[in-house]
Design a protein around this ligand. Structure first.
Ligand code: 5RP
Length: 214
């Protein structure tokens, strides 16, 4: 099965977790686009969606799905999102699409986080994909130096301003054997908004496009 077919299969498989009359958390990316397409078919059975990016909000509205403000919503039963890498513990690297901060907020609120990936995203050790870190713009150089001190090689994603008005450093050269520790430690660097490592709040279930789930 090619990658695109796997993305579609994973996105469509996530529909089984959508409950009637619920507000659905919707992530960002090319895999999520397939989920949104599938959600549109049953849009009359849900109360709306909370979206992790302006891009996904546009896609949802184009399908006639109401986009709600997270502050106006009590709970989110299920959050469906992709990932850039996933290990066996369901820890994730996210933020390839730049939406990591809103994604982390929705994941924190959701009762169940369903991650949808193609098989190429599954790894033994996280870090082959450069770890995105969202930073306050004036802190970019300082945060980059602090990351270098910790053994990473940060590269400024110069063409990207996040939906929150911030910048992103993509950190190369990591082998993340203790994701919880790295997430906690890097979160303490002043100027860091979000580390794109979802370790303290991993996915609850991962649906792989080749049919595996764990
Ligand atoms: C966006 C993300 C995406 O979930 C991640 O980049 C995967 O995207 P895709 O499904 O297009 O491969 O974290 O910030």
């Amino acid at each position: 099965m090619d990658i695109e077919a796997q993305k579609r299969a994973a996105g469509e498989a996530a529909i089984e977790f959508v409950e009637d009359h619920a507000v659905i958390g919707v992530g960002t990316g090319t895999t999520v686009k397939y989920f949104i397409d599938a959600l549109a078919i049953m849009k009359h059975r849900i109360d709306g969606a909370v979206s992790s990016s302006e891009q996904s909000s546009r896609l949802l509205r184009a399908q006639g799905i109401q986009v709600l403000d997270l502050n106006a919503v009590g709970t989110i039963g299920v959050y469906v999102d992709g990932a850039d890498e996933c290990d066996r513990g369901r820890h994730l690297i996210k933020g390839g699409g730049g939406a990591l901060t809103r994604e982390k907020i929705i994941a924190a609120v959701a009762k169940k986080f369903v991650c949808i990936v193609d098989a190429h995203k599954c790894v033994e050790v996280l870090g082959r994909f450069p770890l995105p870190v969202e930073v306050i713009p004036m802190a970019r150089s300082y945060v980059a130096r602090e990351i270098e001190r910790r053994g990473g090689t940060p590269v400024w994603r110069a063409d990207c301003v996040t939906d929150n008005g911030n910048w992103i450093l993509d950190v190369h050269g990591l082998s993340i054997t203790d994701p919880e520790h790295l997430e906690s430690e890097w979160n303490q660097i002043t100027g860091v908004v979000t580390v794109g490592l979802f370790a303290h709040r991993p996915a609850d279930v991962v649906l792989v496009g080749d049919g595996r789930r764990f």
